[in-house]
Design a protein around this ligand. Sequence first.
Ligand SMILES: Nc1ncnc2c1ncn2[C@@H]1O[C@H](COP(=O)(O)OP(=O)(O)OP(=O)(O)O)[C@@H](O)[C@H]1O
Length: 324
Amino acid sequence: MTTTDDELAIEATALRKAYGDRTVLDGIDLRVPAGTVFALLGPNGAGKTTAVNILSTLISADGGEARIAGHDIRTQAQSVRAAIGVTGQFSAVDGLITGEENMLLMADLHHLPKGEGRRVIAELLDRFDLTEAAGKPASTYSGGMKRRLDIAMTLVGSPRIIFLDEPTTGLDPRSRHTMWQIIRELVSGGTTVFLTTQYLEEADQLADRIAVLNDGRLVAEGSAQELKRLVPGGHVRLRFSDPVTYEQAATELRETTRDDEALVLQVPSGGTQRELRAILDWLDAAGIEADELSVHTPDLDDVFFALTGTPAAAAASTDKETVR
Ligand SMILES: Nc1ncnc2c1ncn2[C@@H]1O[C@H](COP(=O)(O)OP(=O)(O)OP(=O)(O)O)[C@@H](O)[C@H]1O
């Protein structure tokens, strides 16, 4: 095994899964370096949960291979389970008992000695701002508190790799931001995070790499920046206040879109450093100074639409918590 392979937390090749006639995963390859955040982005029913369930050994694949923390999901499922934590759409939180009792159950499950269990639990409750609520039944918690408790429970076992299946679906914007902060802290502590989401902004905010899943296939993979470059529409916008300079720039610059009223020129550009420099060099050489220069890259919504044919807003608004 090469050094690079050692650093992969998750590695999957040609994963396949079908339910009857319906192919849910149609040959998925994934490589997630340790200590990074990977987002599997896709609309409802794309197969995200199925991928998480296979990688976390909850269900078996029909074909393909995967290694988690170097362990084979088929032949070394126990070792895989020992290395991972999973927070799914259906929370492990028991509403009838208190937050602290839920945590104690996890400590027992992981065979933590009593003293150590109590110490770890107190620390996690504090970290997730749940100390005050710890003695109350979990059923009285808000949605955000339940998610935080769910993640805290997952962390009792100190997993190196965490699967978060739609961690912020149904949360209000404030709780969503808290969850993002929690995820960032996990990663800065060295944990690898594999998350699924329908929210482009979430993937954009958190993920080092994003894979777009549609109809069981990965239709694109890369950093948010790389994905944004896949769709046309990026441009550099130059605004002038002097009509003469504007006219000079418009005549000399090729392929620009003009807005004669606003004295604005749009130059098509992927927004890379090289392309930007070329435009700046050209402006300098021609002795032209724009009053305002801004770079516009298409956002992930554009990418999502271009790749899946599903408007992101439509995909995200089918909030499963309200559907079910
Ligand atoms: N046990 C099952 N039996 C039959 N079909 C299933 C089963 N589990 C999932 N499916 C189907 O597989 C497809 C993918 O489901 P999956 O839950 O993986 O998608 P998802 O991307 O997580 O979507 P969502 O955001 O709605 O959860 C769906 O069409 C679903 O109905």
